[in-house]
Design a protein around this ligand. Structure first.
Ligand code: E4P
Length: 219
């Protein structure tokens, strides 16, 4: 399963990249705003800075909502770097735009997906990735991982090449759940990735090994 980091914070992106397990980045307008990035030029420069850090795909979201505007904005974003994936919302014009980008060989990430039906449409339009938001479903007492299972079943039934990018991941249990189901990618915060490496027996075991080594060496 590929690991994407869901942030526009350059320090966190660098930290995940340095860890050696990062496969890409997802951003959205809220994450860009959280970093204080605004204005067309600053946003563009920030995407370029992210692309310079990571080896994999970088999702850049359009803020237009009509077909014509999404095409224009998406083509400009895609021209920035070959790593850019144009992130398009699951709305009627968005589906049309994904079809257009797909025909032109421009990678897309269909975002704000909350049902298997929406994921089916995204796959039929030729999306490279589909982003079901599992954390936001859990927030409204709906099983987010169950949606990943449904989409996996449907995509496997018809061998759709669209990759399931489990989004809105909040913690390490989400990551494990996605891996068990067979999501192609998960995107989440650095904290959820780092939580995977923690276990108290690892820490106490290491402390014992080091203490025994020091004792044997007469230190
Ligand atoms: C998807 O790509 C989104 O950026 C994201 O995962 C949203 O997550 P949130 O629910 O934590 O805002």
């Amino acid at each position: 399963m590929k690991f994407f980091i869901d942030t526009a914070n350059l320090e966190q992106i660098k930290e995940a990249q340095d860890l050696g397990v990062l496969d890409g980045v997802t951003t959205n307008p809220s994450l860009m705003a959280k970093e204080g990035i605004s204005g067309d030029e600053n946003v563009i420069n920030h995407y370029k800075a992210i692309c310079a850090i990571v080896d994999g795909d970088v999702s850049a979201e359009v803020i237009s909502t009509t077909y014509e505007e999404m095409i224009k904005e998406g083509e400009a974003l895609a021209a920035l770097d070959s790593k850019i994936v144009v992130k398009v919302p699951m709305i009627k014009d968005g589906v049309k735009a994904i079809k257009y980008f797909s025909k032109k060989g421009i990678k897309t990430n269909c975002t704000l997906v909350f049902t298997a039906g929406q994921a089916l449409l995204a796959a039929k339009a030729g999306a490279t990735y589909v982003s079901p938001f599992i954390g936001r479903l859990d927030d409204i007492s709906t099983d987010g991982l169950a949606l990943i299972e449904d989409i996996r079943l449907i995509y496997d039934n018809y061998q759709y090449p669209t990759q399931i990018l489990a989004a809105s991941v909040r913690h390490s249990a989400h990551i494990l759940g996605c891996a068990k189901i067979g999501a192609d990618v998960m995107t989440g915060p650095l904290s959820a990735m780092l939580a995977l490496l923690k276990h108290p027996l690892t820490d106490s075991g290491l402390a014992t090994f080091l203490a025994d080594h020091a004792k044997a060496a007469g230190k």
